[in-house]
Design a protein around this ligand. Sequence first.
Ligand SMILES: O=C(O)COP(=O)(O)O
Ligand SMILES: [Mg+2]
Length: 239
Amino acid sequence: MTDGSNAAGALVAGVDAAMIDLDGTLVDTLGDFTEALGRMLADLGLPAIGAAQVETMVGKGSEHLLRSVLNHVLGQDQQAPAATKVEALYPQAWARYQHHYQAINGHHAQVYPGAREGLQALRAAGLQLACLTNKPQAFAEQLLRAKGLDGFFQHVFGGDAFARKKPDPLPLLKTCEALGTAPARTLMVGDSRNDAQAARAAGCPVVLVGYGYNHGEPVRQVDADGFVDALTELLPCAC
Ligand SMILES: O=C(O)COP(=O)(O)O
Ligand SMILES: [Mg+2]
């Protein structure tokens, strides 16, 4: 239990549905990202990147991740302006990354302790659930199926499902529309300021987990309505 858990329970008691982030919230996918990026960088003849570095770059979708990784590895090369090189390499990097990620999706990833049980409890409490991630739709669906988590969700929306990604409020508002719930009664559950900013702008309550990826910054400094250490703390309470 954490200080935020009572607040989280109270929030759950006051909502009709929840939107659950995927990477860093339901599944620890850092191993998948690092593996697919490593294979991509090897194909391009570029230096490798470590998991600790990758962790700070995850959460804003694949395009942002690839540009951050290329910038990082090319930043060590002073021969040409990094930005020009990044854009020149980007199309090939994108194709190799897609190829490799699809092949290894879920192989180096683990469902977080309590995540499955938390989803079960939320469904048992009568909440509708949507998975709302910046991960591309096809990869998100493939991963949820591989981990046996797909059956919990009425909807799955990836980073390419709408015109803009989190932290823009649009994906949350569109998800509320699909669920048929008011934003103020639809809880966002995520792991980063990306999720929290989007929720604030959409008018949704937001709870963050303490264990995910928050762009290399302490997550408890983010403006959110509550924090939990496991999704099992998201139980509706009568408080
Ligand atoms: O950037 C990503 O692919 C991860 O996205 P998520 O944290 O919104 O699931
Ligand atoms: Mg996340």
